[in-house]
Design a protein around this ligand. Structure first.
Ligand code: UD1
Length: 344
């Protein structure tokens, strides 16, 4: 019998790609999402692409009675926890919402897992935990120096999960520290479609290229980097999804494990714009603006540990991600509200 996995935040960008990856590899899934920054249409697409059915509950990750009902109705082998808020600038504006949803939500989920004897968790963590850590590429032993409430919320969750593992024998947690997930599913049917104005670079750039938004503002050209613009380790979302499957496939994780999911390759904002232009044949309008509060100059992964421990590594390039993101934008000109799949 296949294992049943609860995926919180399963209709979001990384969540939906991971749901598909798990269904395609024989897992059954149950989703919990409040659709605050996503659309249930993403889950319909997952069902169509996989040819599989699954239940999706609508609700808040902090809702203990709802969590109890879900855990009573299903016997989960593991949980993959994405449900969280994730915009850095917004987190500076409304920090308490971030601590409530991201931190309290994780505690509520852990308590439900403990009550129902579910012992395996894959946690959506973030390279932003490294923040201002000096040097690079960064391996998992680099110091935590988060620079904004979003990043601090992820770091706090890791601390809480570590304490829980120390206290509860048998609990196993893989905290996957993603670098910058971008791209879309190769089918063009799943992609990144935040509600409102995108705060992340590639979704904004894609909408600017489609003339749905004003030109991209490059946030700072005076960083100590190759061309003065911020450098990040962009990783294809399908590779991030495969990292979650790799984590679920392990039964040798004892206690708390933190692991980078990155490529080891740094790309500046201007380099990403050029790569997008080369991959799509489009011109991306942009202007240079001031730095964005909370940003750091460069964050690049040392991705060696995931490869060494699990044989996992990224297989797709930034150019692949640009091409796939654009294909998704073309097929879904108004986001998930449009019906791109079955035609009129
Ligand atoms: C941040 C987090 C990352 C998290 C992600 C989720 C940090 C350091 N990183 O990524 O861990 O997974 O949010 O949302 O906290 N940029 C522009 N113009 C734009 C948008 C972005 O120039 O319109 C630049 C930024 O300054 C940065 C790069 O593009 O140098 C990437 O920004 P973004 O896509 O927002 O991701 P991060 O802030 O790196």
């Amino acid at each position: 019998m296949s294992e049943v996995v609860l995926v919180t935040g399963g209709s979001g960008f990384i969540g939906s790609h991971t749901c598909l990856e798990l269904l395609d590899h024989g897992y059954d899934i149950v989703v919990l999402d409040d659709y605050s920054n996503s659309s249930p249409i993403a889950l319909d697409r997952v069902r169509e692409l996989s040819g599989r059915q699954f239940v999706a509950y609508t609700g808040d990750i902090r809702d203990q009675p709802l969590l109890n009902r879900i855990f009573e109705l299903h016997r989960f082998a593991a949980v993959v926890h994405f449900a969280a808020k994730k915009a850095v600038a917004e987190s500076v504006r409304i920090p308490l919402d971030y601590y409530s949803i991201n931190v309290t939500g994780t505690v509520a989920l852990l308590e439900a897992m403990m009550r129902h004897d579910v012992q395996r968790l894959v946690f959506s963590s973030s390279c932003s935990i490294y923040g201002d850590a000096p040097g690079g590429p960064l391996d998992e032993s680099a110091p935590a120096m988060p620079t904004n409430p979003y990043a601090r919320s992820k770091w706090m969750c890791e601390q809480i999960l570590m304490d829980a593992c120390y206290r509860h024998d048998g609990l196993s947690v893989a905290a996957l520290r993603y670098f910058n997930p971008i791209g879309a599913h190769a089918s063009g049917l799943l992609g990144e479609e935040p509600l409102g104005e995108p705060s992340n670079l590639l979704p904004y750039l894609t909408q600017a290229a489609a003339r749905r938004r004003p030109p991209v503002t490059v946030f700072g050209a005076d960083y100590d980097t190759v061309d003065g613009t911020g450098v990040r380790d962009y990783i294809h979302v399908e590779d991030v999804a495969s990292g979650h499957r790799a984590a679920l496939g392990r039964n040798d994780i004892q206690g708390f494990l933190r692991l980078n999911l990155g490529t080891g390759v740094g790309t500046s904002v201007l380099q990403l714009i050029r790569q997008f232009e080369a991959a799509t044949g489009l011109t991306v309008p942009f202007t240079i603006g001031p730095r964005r509060p909370g940003d750091v100059d460069a964050l690049v992964a040392d991705a060696g540990l995931a490869s060494e421990m699990w044989g996992w590594h990224s297989t797709r390039t930034v150019a692949d991600a640009c091409r796939d993101a654009w294909a998704f934008a073309l097929a879904n000109p108004a986001g998930y509200t449009d019906r791109a799949m079955a035609g009129p």
